[in-house]
Design a protein around this ligand. Sequence first.
Ligand SMILES: Nc1nc2c(ncn2[C@@H]2O[C@H](COP(=O)(O)O[C@H]3[C@@H](O)[C@H](n4cnc5c(=O)[nH]c(N)nc54)O[C@@H]3COP(=O)(O)O)[C@@H](O)[C@H]2O)c(=O)[nH]1
Length: 653
Amino acid sequence: MRTYLRSYFATLFAGDLAAFGAPPTDEALAGHIRAEQVSLVLGYSFGIMLANACNALVLAVALWQSADWAFALVWAAAVSSAALFFGLQARASRRIAKPQFVSRRTMYRLVRNALALGTAWGVVPVAFFANASSGAQLVITCLCAGMLAGGAFAFSTIPIAAIAFTGPIFLGTAICLGRDGDFIYLLMAVLVLVYGSVLLRGVFLNAFEFRRRIIAQHEAERTVRQDPLTHLPNRVAFNEALNGALNRLSRSSEEFAVLLLDLDRFKEINDRYGHPAGDEFLVQVAARLQRCTRAAEHVARIGGDEFALIMSNLTRPEDALAIAERFVAAFADPFPIDGFEITGAISLGIVLAPRDGTTSHDLLKHVDIALYRAKKSGSGTICFFETGDDQSARDRRALQHDLEHAIEADQLFLVYQPFLDIRKGRVTGFEALLRWQHPTRGLIPPTVFIPIAEESGLIHQLGEWVIRRACAMLSRWPDDIRIAVNFSAVQFQNVSILQTIVEALDAANVAPNRLEIEITESMLISKYGSAPAILNGLLELGLTVALDDFGTGFSSLTYLRKLPFSRIKIDQSFIRDMLTQPDCAAIVKSVIGLAQDLQIGVVAEGVETADQLEYLRQTSCDEVQGYLIGRPMSGSEISALLDHDPQHSVHAA
Ligand SMILES: Nc1nc2c(ncn2[C@@H]2O[C@H](COP(=O)(O)O[C@H]3[C@@H](O)[C@H](n4cnc5c(=O)[nH]c(N)nc54)O[C@@H]3COP(=O)(O)O)[C@@H](O)[C@H]2O)c(=O)[nH]1
């Protein structure tokens, strides 16, 4: 009971309407409501306190002839100086930015001050009415009525403060009217009672409505600033926080860091385990990240799989690094979701303000560049922004610009690398590999420009050009030679690629089964919704599909069952190490065995030595590709070789 009463009074004096039956709120929201209530009171305070001071002086003048003039003077001096003091204080605090949260203690002080001032006015009818002239009595009556109305108005959003202020005035008036016993005073007492209850009813109605409005507004603002899935602040809130940090930087040189986090391979998780599991993964990630931060800091979710943190009041860059390392370590344990143990990882970019920028534009651009470098360096990498990064981003943009004109400027060309059938000892086909002869930078490798083309969308144009060129080249070669073309994951977004293939095959008059498309495992589980449609379209057209870089992705056997691949290409990293590392040898043997059991062809990539070739021969690998057999060559070189040897039994190396 004692605890209940204590908590009830704490709620009551904190100005919380829950004490009068309103639904309770959490402390954060209650603090926000208090902030709005206090701010409103402070808004009126200066004027009302000035009125208090004037009224006190008017009373002193009215009582000048009364027997109580000395007491009235002291009273008026005390009340008007206190009122002026509080009024000026309120005016000063209004100049400071409006707080988002006000503590209970502040509200207790406000209620206490209201009670003190109300008590001062409550003294007036008790102390001065009896000995006052009839004119002074009229003044006292008017002043008390005015104070009641003014107090109720000033505290119309905080009923307990309104009661604390008006209560003593009502009490003083009641004592004053009651002790005389005159009938007319009794009538006045009834009038005051009616007046008071109408006033307080108005206060309560207004306070409840005000509270309802603030809660609705708070909810609306929360929706605008909160990520609905993880309940973390969203991009809007993050941008506001960033602007706040920049303001503090310019006002008080308070340094800060911005950390940008990106989940590695989140799309694969989403596609592999489904969207509900992907959502749950994000929720768990958000909780883990938030646990790594200091109490006052909030990780924001600013994109699908992108999170960010502003570290204010940064004294040393090492502090930002320490939190970043904590973020990375938070992914050490897998995430239990729907009975699966899903592993995740993040990459991080960090910028320091003012070192890396003093505007949100610069900081966000630079942190993005730092993150880009981190992602390129591999999972779980943390990179601070470096001045050189900006240069490489500019280089990249320049390269993209040049690539946009590379086709029409005739700077692209294909080279062809042979596949050798080990058993027959003859070339069965070629892989078409794209090259870019840049006018000033020289030969640019595909590992540099293909990612740029993929990110910028230029890959669609490039991919179509490769298909047309490869088919045209194929038409010049014997019918038993196939050509393999690499496909990027993004090309699965573009259904029109099927039309391009049909047109290219028609134009070159080449049988579809001579064209093979190489795709990687990651494409099968990529986000591109049209991937299955395009894959089936390719197969229906009669093309063959090879699974490239096998062993480096998920190596999902399900896909091998589901899709009629014509070939698996064992990634060159296994071939390179198979003679020295038993685990690589075991993988190579198993994949070859698996392909044979599934009756799929198998190609070993990156064969560079005769020993490797011999080992693959002994393990019954179907085909090999690599520098030992032949480096990528121009179309005319290949045509010359094929013309020279109709049996294609060449070793082009
Ligand atoms: N989407 C597209 N991707 C393309 C296209 N053309 C190329 N690429 C991809 O670029 C990556 C790098 O290709 P490249 O520099 O041409 O390297 C290829 C071979 O030259 C290399 N290789 C072949 N044999 C050996 C060897 O014995 N040793 C050795 N160190 N390297 C060798 O391997 C690359 C071929 O790899 P793969 O595709 O896995 O068969 C590469 O990923 C290309 O796919 C394009 O038109 N579109």
